[in-house]
Design a protein around this ligand. Structure first.
Ligand code: GTP
Ligand code: MG
Length: 374
């Protein structure tokens, strides 16, 4: 560690994520230690890359600038919002040709290990792979499911790959907006495959389904009862089911489970028009089945592109994104409106005590919001 630096173990690709700066104190005659005021902010501000530097850097696939561009769109600071949107606007024309793949499954299903094996395989084929994550629990835990970059050690070191831990929700839109925007940036940077991991805890599958072209569900071997208990809704979102950890003594069982899933899938509504969702087995330890899964995805891509379903889905997703951002923006501005903030506790109280109806309270708050916005 030197002078006024971040410690060497801070990630150089994500300097903004590490807020501590070690600085020498100034010895005064009294012996007290004081700190130079504002130096840290001046220093950080002056090293912030300009819009053009970020734009050029992303297009060139410069990993450090790519990471900083994503940090910018993930920032919850209001002054970064405009710059981030200007960057995205410039990059938008460059985003299009990658395939977006969503991966879900219960905790411990082996998603991270699968991404490590699958991503590495794709890199060996010469493809560039970006891994993003949506962590629905991060709001509560503050953690990140890809904090376990260690599970993806090989992939993280691969120059053809880029791994980004999940963003945390903030006031300027939730993790969904940030993940979508990070995805656009990765596409502009020329990544061929975008893998998005989310832990399957219910609602997150629907959100991720709305962002990707192909959606896979990782499941484990289990008794018939467990299969029946699995939510039909989740299976109906998937374009393929993978019975994972099909290795060693578990291999035979995995094959049996695959057949059982296929029987159930036969009666379900397929997630994508013109595509029959099927179950496959795979092991991320032995890598058996990994190549076949990529073949399935390629067949899927050809099928849905020629039928027009691929384009149709992307258009639908853009429209959905527009509406969800409108909702986010209105929500943000409404709850940050000074008048609303001021009156809300009063109306909340009156609604609880039964002095005012909910509809009246909403109408009054809405009037306050509208009147001062005119
Ligand atoms: N036998 C076997 N074990 C596996 C395989 N893939 C993953 N595992 C093990 O399963 C455990 C969980 O793997 P992870 O990749 O962390 O699972 P995850 O779904 O990402 O878990 P969360 O991030 O907590 O939701 C680890 O101990 C892995 O070593 C596999 O193909 N075969
Ligand atoms: Mg994981």
């Amino acid at each position: 560690m030197t002078g006024e630096q971040r410690p060497e173990w801070a990630n150089p690709e994500e300097p903004d994520k590490f807020s501590t700066v070690i600085r020498k104190g100034k010895e005064q005659e009294t012996g007290e230690v004081t700190f130079q005021k504002n130096v840290r902010f001046q220093k950080r501000g002056s090293t912030e890359p300009s819009l053009d530097e970020l734009y050029e850097g992303v297009l060139k696939g410069d990993r450090s600038l790519l990471a900083r561009a994503i940090t910018l769109v993930e920032s919850n600071a209001e002054q970064h919002f405009q710059k981030a949107q200007a960057l995205l606007q410039k990059l938008l024309v460059h985003s299009s040709k990658s395939i977006r793949i969503g991966i879900t499954g219960v905790p411990g299903a082996g998603k991270s290990t699968f991404i490590e094996a699958f991503g590495t395989y794709l890199c060996e084929l010469g493809l560039r792979v970006a891994v993003l994550a949506i962590d629905p629990s991060s709001k509560i835990s503050g953690g990140s499911i890809l904090g376990d970059k260690t599970r993806m050690e090989t992939l993280a070191r691969n120059p053809k790959a880029f791994i980004r831990p999940s963003p945390t929700a903030g006031k300027l839109g939730g993790v969904h907006r940030k993940t979508r925007e990070a995805m656009l940036i990765c596409e502009a940077a020329g990544f061929d495959v975008i893998l998005i991991e989310t832990v399957g805890v219910g609602q997150s599958e629907v959100i991720i389904r709305d962002m990707v072209d192909f959606f896979m569900l990782l499941v484990l071997t289990g008794a018939g009862d467990e299969l029946q208990g699995m939510k039909k809704g989740i299976m109906e979102l998937a374009d393929c089911l993978i019975v994972h950890k099909a290795d060693g003594t578990n291999k035979q069982n995995a094959e049996k489970t695959r057949k059982e899933y296929n029987r159930i899938l036969h009666f379900l509504q397929p997630a994508t028009k013109g595509w029959g969702t099927k179950a496959y087995t795979c092991s991320s330890l032995t890598h058996e089945g990994i190549a076949d899964i990529w073949k399935v995805i390629q067949t899927f891509e050809t099928t849905v592109k020629s039928s027009g379903v691929f384009d149709e889905r992307r258009k639908f997703q853009s429209r959905e994104w527009l509406y969800s951002m409108i909702t986010d923006t209105l929500h943000y501005h409404f709850f940050h409106h000074p008048g609303v903030k001021n009156l809300l506790p009063k109306y909340e109280n009156e609604v609880i005590t039964g002095d005012v109806t909910v509809a009246t309270a909403v109408e009054k708050l809405y009037e306050t919001f509208i009147n001062s916005n005119q």
